[in-house]
Design a protein around this ligand. Structure first.
Ligand SMILES: Cc1ncc(COP(=O)(O)O)c(C=O)c1O
Length: 387
Protein backbone atom coordinates (compact mmCIF):
# COMPACT_ATOMS: atom_id res chain seq x y z
CA UNK A 1 0.00 0.00 0.00
CA UNK A 2 1.19 3.52 -0.75
CA UNK A 3 2.29 4.73 2.71
CA UNK A 4 1.54 8.34 1.75
CA UNK A 5 -2.21 7.58 1.84
CA UNK A 6 -1.94 7.42 5.63
CA UNK A 7 -0.83 11.07 5.74
CA UNK A 8 -4.13 12.34 4.26
CA UNK A 9 -6.32 14.31 6.66
CA UNK A 10 -10.04 13.53 7.18
CA UNK A 11 -12.21 15.60 4.86
CA UNK A 12 -14.06 18.55 6.52
CA UNK A 13 -17.47 16.95 5.92
CA UNK A 14 -16.36 13.78 7.73
CA UNK A 15 -15.32 15.97 10.64
CA UNK A 16 -18.74 17.65 10.61
CA UNK A 17 -20.44 14.24 10.72
CA UNK A 18 -18.30 13.32 13.72
CA UNK A 19 -19.04 16.70 15.36
CA UNK A 20 -22.81 16.20 15.23
CA UNK A 21 -22.84 12.44 15.89
CA UNK A 22 -25.35 11.75 18.65
CA UNK A 23 -26.88 15.26 18.47
CA UNK A 24 -30.65 15.35 17.90
CA UNK A 25 -31.61 18.42 15.86
CA UNK A 26 -34.71 20.43 16.76
CA UNK A 27 -37.39 18.60 14.77
CA UNK A 28 -39.86 21.51 15.13
CA UNK A 29 -37.80 23.41 12.52
CA UNK A 30 -37.23 22.18 8.98
CA UNK A 31 -33.59 21.29 8.32
CA UNK A 32 -31.48 23.74 6.30
CA UNK A 33 -28.03 22.63 5.11
CA UNK A 34 -25.62 25.40 4.15
CA UNK A 35 -22.47 23.42 4.88
CA UNK A 36 -21.67 22.17 1.38
CA UNK A 37 -20.63 24.38 -1.54
CA UNK A 38 -22.77 22.57 -4.07
CA UNK A 39 -24.54 24.95 -6.46
CA UNK A 40 -28.31 24.43 -6.36
CA UNK A 41 -29.60 26.91 -8.96
CA UNK A 42 -30.99 25.04 -11.98
CA UNK A 43 -28.59 23.83 -14.66
CA UNK A 44 -29.41 25.89 -17.79
CA UNK A 45 -31.68 24.23 -20.38
CA UNK A 46 -29.07 25.07 -23.02
CA UNK A 47 -26.55 22.83 -21.28
CA UNK A 48 -28.98 19.97 -20.59
CA UNK A 49 -30.45 20.02 -24.09
CA UNK A 50 -27.03 20.09 -25.75
CA UNK A 51 -25.90 17.21 -23.56
CA UNK A 52 -28.88 15.01 -24.42
CA UNK A 53 -28.56 15.92 -28.09
CA UNK A 54 -24.92 14.80 -28.05
CA UNK A 55 -25.38 11.34 -26.53
CA UNK A 56 -24.16 9.76 -29.73
CA UNK A 57 -20.72 10.79 -28.47
CA UNK A 58 -20.95 8.00 -25.87
CA UNK A 59 -20.07 5.56 -28.65
CA UNK A 60 -16.56 7.01 -28.98
CA UNK A 61 -13.47 7.05 -26.78
CA UNK A 62 -12.64 10.69 -26.10
CA UNK A 63 -9.04 11.94 -26.31
CA UNK A 64 -7.34 13.49 -23.27
CA UNK A 65 -6.61 16.58 -25.36
CA UNK A 66 -10.33 17.06 -26.03
CA UNK A 67 -12.07 18.18 -29.21
CA UNK A 68 -10.40 21.10 -30.99
CA UNK A 69 -13.80 22.89 -30.85
CA UNK A 70 -13.86 22.68 -27.04
CA UNK A 71 -10.32 24.00 -26.76
CA UNK A 72 -11.26 26.83 -29.10
CA UNK A 73 -14.41 27.66 -27.10
CA UNK A 74 -12.41 27.64 -23.85
CA UNK A 75 -9.63 29.82 -25.31
CA UNK A 76 -12.16 32.27 -26.75
CA UNK A 77 -13.97 32.50 -23.41
CA UNK A 78 -10.72 33.12 -21.51
CA UNK A 79 -9.67 35.82 -24.02
CA UNK A 80 -13.05 37.57 -23.67
CA UNK A 81 -13.19 37.26 -19.90
CA UNK A 82 -9.59 38.27 -19.21
CA UNK A 83 -9.00 40.67 -22.10
CA UNK A 84 -6.17 38.53 -23.46
CA UNK A 85 -5.03 39.23 -27.02
CA UNK A 86 -4.62 35.51 -27.77
CA UNK A 87 -4.45 32.06 -26.27
CA UNK A 88 -3.40 29.16 -28.48
CA UNK A 89 -6.12 26.47 -28.23
CA UNK A 90 -3.66 23.82 -29.42
CA UNK A 91 -0.98 24.40 -26.78
CA UNK A 92 -2.24 26.70 -24.03
CA UNK A 93 -5.60 25.07 -23.13
CA UNK A 94 -6.62 21.59 -21.93
CA UNK A 95 -10.03 20.27 -20.88
CA UNK A 96 -10.30 18.76 -17.39
CA UNK A 97 -13.05 16.89 -15.57
CA UNK A 98 -13.65 19.70 -13.08
CA UNK A 99 -10.97 21.60 -11.22
CA UNK A 100 -10.77 19.12 -8.35
CA UNK A 101 -9.23 16.26 -10.30
CA UNK A 102 -7.10 18.71 -12.27
CA UNK A 103 -5.67 20.48 -9.21
CA UNK A 104 -4.77 17.09 -7.78
CA UNK A 105 -3.37 15.64 -11.01
CA UNK A 106 -1.35 18.79 -11.69
CA UNK A 107 0.47 18.29 -8.39
CA UNK A 108 1.40 14.75 -9.45
CA UNK A 109 2.71 16.13 -12.77
CA UNK A 110 4.79 18.95 -11.30
CA UNK A 111 6.19 17.57 -8.06
CA UNK A 112 9.59 15.94 -7.84
CA UNK A 113 9.46 14.07 -4.51
CA UNK A 114 12.99 14.89 -3.37
CA UNK A 115 13.76 15.51 0.28
CA UNK A 116 12.63 19.02 1.22
CA UNK A 117 10.03 19.34 -1.60
CA UNK A 118 7.32 21.76 -0.47
CA UNK A 119 3.98 23.05 -1.70
CA UNK A 120 2.50 26.36 -0.54
CA UNK A 121 -1.25 26.33 0.19
CA UNK A 122 -3.48 29.15 1.38
CA UNK A 123 -4.90 28.70 4.89
CA UNK A 124 -7.92 28.31 5.22
CA UNK A 125 -8.09 26.37 2.00
CA UNK A 126 -9.54 23.68 -0.25
CA UNK A 127 -8.19 20.41 1.08
CA UNK A 128 -7.33 18.92 -2.32
CA UNK A 129 -4.17 21.10 -2.46
CA UNK A 130 -2.84 19.48 0.69
CA UNK A 131 -3.70 15.96 -0.52
CA UNK A 132 -2.00 16.64 -3.86
CA UNK A 133 1.14 17.76 -2.04
CA UNK A 134 1.22 14.79 0.34
CA UNK A 135 0.56 12.14 -2.32
CA UNK A 136 3.07 13.87 -4.60
CA UNK A 137 5.77 13.40 -1.94
CA UNK A 138 5.96 17.03 -0.79
CA UNK A 139 5.20 18.78 2.46
CA UNK A 140 2.38 21.34 2.50
CA UNK A 141 3.38 24.76 3.84
CA UNK A 142 0.63 27.18 4.82
CA UNK A 143 0.27 30.84 4.00
CA UNK A 144 -2.27 32.04 6.57
CA UNK A 145 -4.97 34.45 5.53
CA UNK A 146 -3.52 37.99 5.76
CA UNK A 147 0.11 36.80 5.90
CA UNK A 148 2.66 38.45 3.61
CA UNK A 149 4.69 36.35 1.15
CA UNK A 150 8.00 37.41 2.66
CA UNK A 151 7.03 35.84 5.99
CA UNK A 152 7.48 32.40 4.37
CA UNK A 153 10.65 30.41 3.78
CA UNK A 154 10.52 29.65 0.04
CA UNK A 155 13.34 27.11 -0.04
CA UNK A 156 12.31 23.80 -1.61
CA UNK A 157 8.97 25.19 -2.83
CA UNK A 158 8.05 23.55 -6.15
CA UNK A 159 4.38 24.45 -6.40
CA UNK A 160 2.09 27.18 -5.06
CA UNK A 161 -1.69 26.84 -5.02
CA UNK A 162 -3.64 30.08 -5.03
CA UNK A 163 -7.41 30.40 -4.76
CA UNK A 164 -8.97 33.64 -5.96
CA UNK A 165 -11.81 34.35 -5.32
CA UNK A 166 -10.96 32.41 -2.20
CA UNK A 167 -12.90 29.59 -0.64
CA UNK A 168 -13.94 30.29 2.11
CA UNK A 169 -12.97 33.96 2.46
CA UNK A 170 -14.16 35.31 -0.92
CA UNK A 171 -10.98 37.36 -1.18
CA UNK A 172 -9.64 38.30 -4.61
CA UNK A 173 -5.87 38.61 -5.12
CA UNK A 174 -4.95 42.12 -6.34
CA UNK A 175 -2.43 42.79 -9.13
CA UNK A 176 0.38 43.77 -6.72
CA UNK A 177 0.09 40.41 -5.01
CA UNK A 178 0.36 38.59 -8.34
CA UNK A 179 3.40 40.68 -9.19
CA UNK A 180 5.09 39.72 -5.92
CA UNK A 181 4.25 36.05 -6.48
CA UNK A 182 5.56 36.08 -10.07
CA UNK A 183 8.81 37.66 -8.86
CA UNK A 184 9.17 34.91 -6.25
CA UNK A 185 8.44 32.29 -8.92
CA UNK A 186 11.20 33.77 -11.11
CA UNK A 187 13.62 33.68 -8.18
CA UNK A 188 12.79 30.19 -6.84
CA UNK A 189 11.52 28.44 -9.98
CA UNK A 190 8.20 27.21 -8.56
CA UNK A 191 5.02 26.69 -10.56
CA UNK A 192 1.77 28.49 -9.72
CA UNK A 193 -1.59 26.65 -9.90
CA UNK A 194 -4.30 29.30 -9.78
CA UNK A 195 -7.67 27.89 -8.70
CA UNK A 196 -10.33 30.21 -10.15
CA UNK A 197 -13.44 28.03 -9.96
CA UNK A 198 -15.39 30.88 -8.27
CA UNK A 199 -14.30 33.55 -10.76
CA UNK A 200 -17.78 34.01 -12.25
CA UNK A 201 -19.61 34.48 -8.95
CA UNK A 202 -19.24 38.12 -7.87
CA UNK A 203 -21.45 40.94 -6.68
CA UNK A 204 -20.40 43.93 -8.76
CA UNK A 205 -21.11 43.41 -12.48
CA UNK A 206 -18.65 46.20 -13.28
CA UNK A 207 -15.79 44.51 -11.41
CA UNK A 208 -15.21 40.87 -12.35
CA UNK A 209 -12.42 39.37 -10.24
CA UNK A 210 -8.90 39.63 -11.63
CA UNK A 211 -7.58 36.31 -12.95
CA UNK A 212 -4.02 35.00 -12.98
CA UNK A 213 -3.69 35.08 -16.78
CA UNK A 214 -5.02 38.62 -16.85
CA UNK A 215 -2.52 39.63 -14.15
CA UNK A 216 0.34 37.94 -16.03
CA UNK A 217 -0.64 39.61 -19.27
CA UNK A 218 -0.88 43.04 -17.63
CA UNK A 219 2.58 42.51 -16.17
CA UNK A 220 4.08 41.64 -19.56
CA UNK A 221 4.24 37.87 -18.98
CA UNK A 222 2.17 36.78 -21.96
CA UNK A 223 3.96 33.43 -22.22
CA UNK A 224 2.39 32.64 -18.80
CA UNK A 225 5.65 31.03 -17.73
CA UNK A 226 5.26 28.64 -14.78
CA UNK A 227 1.58 29.60 -14.47
CA UNK A 228 -1.57 27.54 -15.04
CA UNK A 229 -5.12 28.59 -14.16
CA UNK A 230 -7.97 26.19 -13.35
CA UNK A 231 -11.63 26.92 -13.99
CA UNK A 232 -14.86 24.98 -14.38
CA UNK A 233 -18.53 25.08 -15.22
CA UNK A 234 -19.55 23.71 -11.81
CA UNK A 235 -20.24 27.06 -10.14
CA UNK A 236 -20.40 29.28 -13.24
CA UNK A 237 -23.09 27.22 -14.97
CA UNK A 238 -24.59 25.27 -12.05
CA UNK A 239 -23.35 22.01 -13.51
CA UNK A 240 -21.24 20.38 -10.77
CA UNK A 241 -22.35 16.92 -11.91
CA UNK A 242 -21.12 17.44 -15.44
CA UNK A 243 -17.48 17.47 -14.27
CA UNK A 244 -16.24 19.92 -16.85
CA UNK A 245 -13.59 22.58 -16.74
CA UNK A 246 -10.35 23.59 -18.37
CA UNK A 247 -6.86 24.71 -17.57
CA UNK A 248 -4.92 27.37 -19.45
CA UNK A 249 -1.44 28.85 -19.30
CA UNK A 250 2.18 27.79 -19.80
CA UNK A 251 2.32 25.61 -22.95
CA UNK A 252 5.41 23.66 -21.78
CA UNK A 253 3.67 22.65 -18.54
CA UNK A 254 0.44 21.74 -20.32
CA UNK A 255 2.36 19.47 -22.70
CA UNK A 256 3.60 17.44 -19.72
CA UNK A 257 0.21 17.65 -18.04
CA UNK A 258 -1.38 16.15 -21.17
CA UNK A 259 1.16 13.33 -21.07
CA UNK A 260 0.27 12.62 -17.43
CA UNK A 261 -3.46 12.78 -18.20
CA UNK A 262 -3.16 10.38 -21.12
CA UNK A 263 -1.81 7.70 -18.79
CA UNK A 264 -4.17 8.57 -15.98
CA UNK A 265 -7.13 8.29 -18.37
CA UNK A 266 -8.63 11.70 -17.62
CA UNK A 267 -10.46 12.31 -20.89
CA UNK A 268 -13.83 14.10 -20.95
CA UNK A 269 -16.85 12.38 -22.52
CA UNK A 270 -17.62 13.82 -25.96
CA UNK A 271 -21.25 14.44 -24.96
CA UNK A 272 -20.01 16.52 -22.00
CA UNK A 273 -17.56 18.32 -24.28
CA UNK A 274 -20.40 19.34 -26.61
CA UNK A 275 -22.51 20.64 -23.70
CA UNK A 276 -19.44 22.49 -22.37
CA UNK A 277 -18.92 24.27 -25.69
CA UNK A 278 -22.51 25.54 -25.44
CA UNK A 279 -22.02 26.63 -21.82
CA UNK A 280 -18.77 28.56 -22.40
CA UNK A 281 -20.45 30.36 -25.30
CA UNK A 282 -23.33 31.76 -23.26
CA UNK A 283 -23.16 34.50 -20.60
CA UNK A 284 -26.89 35.20 -20.11
CA UNK A 285 -27.32 32.26 -17.71
CA UNK A 286 -24.18 33.29 -15.82
CA UNK A 287 -25.48 36.82 -15.27
CA UNK A 288 -28.79 35.39 -14.02
CA UNK A 289 -26.87 33.12 -11.67
CA UNK A 290 -24.99 36.12 -10.24
CA UNK A 291 -28.27 38.00 -9.81
CA UNK A 292 -29.65 35.18 -7.64
CA UNK A 293 -26.51 35.11 -5.46
CA UNK A 294 -26.48 38.92 -5.18
CA UNK A 295 -30.07 38.84 -3.87
CA UNK A 296 -29.09 36.30 -1.24
CA UNK A 297 -26.03 38.28 -0.13
CA UNK A 298 -28.05 41.47 0.13
CA UNK A 299 -30.81 39.84 2.16
CA UNK A 300 -28.58 37.86 4.52
CA UNK A 301 -25.97 40.59 5.12
CA UNK A 302 -28.82 42.94 6.07
CA UNK A 303 -29.88 40.51 8.82
CA UNK A 304 -26.44 40.11 10.35
CA UNK A 305 -25.25 42.33 13.14
CA UNK A 306 -23.49 42.22 16.45
CA UNK A 307 -22.28 39.70 17.56
CA UNK A 308 -22.42 37.91 14.17
CA UNK A 309 -20.43 39.71 11.52
CA UNK A 310 -19.37 38.90 7.98
CA UNK A 311 -17.81 41.10 5.29
CA UNK A 312 -19.31 41.28 1.83
CA UNK A 313 -17.10 38.90 -0.18
CA UNK A 314 -15.35 40.02 -3.39
CA UNK A 315 -16.31 36.73 -5.04
CA UNK A 316 -17.70 33.25 -4.44
CA UNK A 317 -20.95 32.26 -2.74
CA UNK A 318 -19.86 31.97 0.88
CA UNK A 319 -20.47 34.10 3.93
CA UNK A 320 -17.38 33.82 6.14
CA UNK A 321 -19.00 34.58 9.45
CA UNK A 322 -17.12 35.47 12.63
CA UNK A 323 -18.55 33.62 15.63
CA UNK A 324 -18.59 34.97 19.20
CA UNK A 325 -17.76 31.48 20.55
CA UNK A 326 -15.69 28.55 19.33
CA UNK A 327 -16.78 27.73 15.77
CA UNK A 328 -17.32 24.01 16.42
CA UNK A 329 -19.48 24.74 19.48
CA UNK A 330 -21.44 27.33 17.46
CA UNK A 331 -22.01 24.90 14.57
CA UNK A 332 -23.11 22.08 16.88
CA UNK A 333 -25.52 24.30 18.83
CA UNK A 334 -26.92 25.73 15.61
CA UNK A 335 -27.59 22.22 14.39
CA UNK A 336 -29.07 21.03 17.68
CA UNK A 337 -31.25 24.02 18.55
CA UNK A 338 -32.06 25.48 15.12
CA UNK A 339 -31.60 22.57 12.66
CA UNK A 340 -29.16 24.53 10.47
CA UNK A 341 -25.87 23.04 9.28
CA UNK A 342 -22.82 25.20 8.54
CA UNK A 343 -19.13 24.32 8.30
CA UNK A 344 -16.82 25.22 11.22
CA UNK A 345 -13.98 27.36 9.87
CA UNK A 346 -11.33 25.51 11.87
CA UNK A 347 -12.12 22.37 9.82
CA UNK A 348 -11.09 24.28 6.68
CA UNK A 349 -7.71 25.37 8.03
CA UNK A 350 -4.59 23.93 9.65
CA UNK A 351 -2.72 25.07 12.72
CA UNK A 352 0.20 27.01 11.29
CA UNK A 353 2.39 29.88 12.48
CA UNK A 354 0.87 29.57 15.95
CA UNK A 355 -2.83 29.76 15.05
CA UNK A 356 -5.72 28.18 13.18
CA UNK A 357 -6.88 31.02 10.90
CA UNK A 358 -10.30 29.40 10.42
CA UNK A 359 -11.04 29.40 14.13
CA UNK A 360 -14.06 31.39 15.33
CA UNK A 361 -15.51 31.48 11.84
CA UNK A 362 -18.15 29.40 10.12
CA UNK A 363 -18.62 29.05 6.39
CA UNK A 364 -22.16 29.53 5.12
CA UNK A 365 -22.77 28.42 1.53
CA UNK A 366 -25.59 30.54 0.10
CA UNK A 367 -26.65 27.75 -2.21
CA UNK A 368 -30.18 27.08 -0.90
CA UNK A 369 -33.12 29.17 -2.17
CA UNK A 370 -33.24 32.82 -0.98
CA UNK A 371 -35.97 32.27 1.55
CA UNK A 372 -34.11 29.32 3.14
CA UNK A 373 -30.86 31.33 3.36
CA UNK A 374 -32.76 34.18 5.03
CA UNK A 375 -34.49 31.79 7.43
CA UNK A 376 -31.17 30.13 8.32
CA UNK A 377 -29.37 33.42 9.01
CA UNK A 378 -32.36 34.59 11.08
CA UNK A 379 -32.02 31.43 13.18
CA UNK A 380 -28.28 32.11 13.59
CA UNK A 381 -29.06 35.57 14.94
CA UNK A 382 -31.53 34.01 17.41
CA UNK A 383 -28.83 31.62 18.60
CA UNK A 384 -26.32 34.49 18.88
CA UNK A 385 -28.70 36.36 21.22
CA UNK A 386 -28.58 33.45 23.66
CA UNK A 387 -24.76 33.29 23.78
C1 LIG B 1 -11.75 26.17 -4.01
C2 LIG B 1 -12.32 25.05 -4.81
N1 LIG B 1 -11.59 24.56 -5.82
C3 LIG B 1 -12.04 23.57 -6.59
C4 LIG B 1 -13.29 22.99 -6.36
C5 LIG B 1 -13.72 21.84 -7.23
O1 LIG B 1 -14.72 22.22 -8.09
P1 LIG B 1 -14.97 21.44 -9.47
O2 LIG B 1 -14.14 20.20 -9.43
O3 LIG B 1 -16.42 21.16 -9.47
O4 LIG B 1 -14.53 22.39 -10.53
C6 LIG B 1 -14.09 23.46 -5.32
C7 LIG B 1 -15.40 22.85 -5.07
O5 LIG B 1 -16.12 23.13 -4.19
C8 LIG B 1 -13.59 24.53 -4.53
O6 LIG B 1 -14.30 25.03 -3.51
Amino acid sequence: MNPRLASLQPYPFDRVRALIAGVTPNAALRPIDLSIGEPKHPTPALVKDTLTGALIGLAQYPRAAGLPELREAAAAWACRRYSLPALDPATQVLPVNGTREALFAFGQTILDPVAGARVVCPNPFYQIYEGAALLGGAQPVFLNDGMKFDALDWSGVQLVYTCSPGNPTGRVMPLEEWQALFELSDRHGFVIASDECYSEIYLDEAQPPLGALDAAHRLGRSDFRRLVMFTSLSKRSNAPGMRSGFVAGDAALLKQFLLYRTYHGSAMSIAVQRASIAAWGDEAHVRENRRLYAQKFEATLALLGKPLKADKPQGGFYLWLRTPIDDTVFARRLHEQYNVMVLPGSFLARDAHGENPGKNHVRIALVAPLEECVEAVGRMMQLAKTI
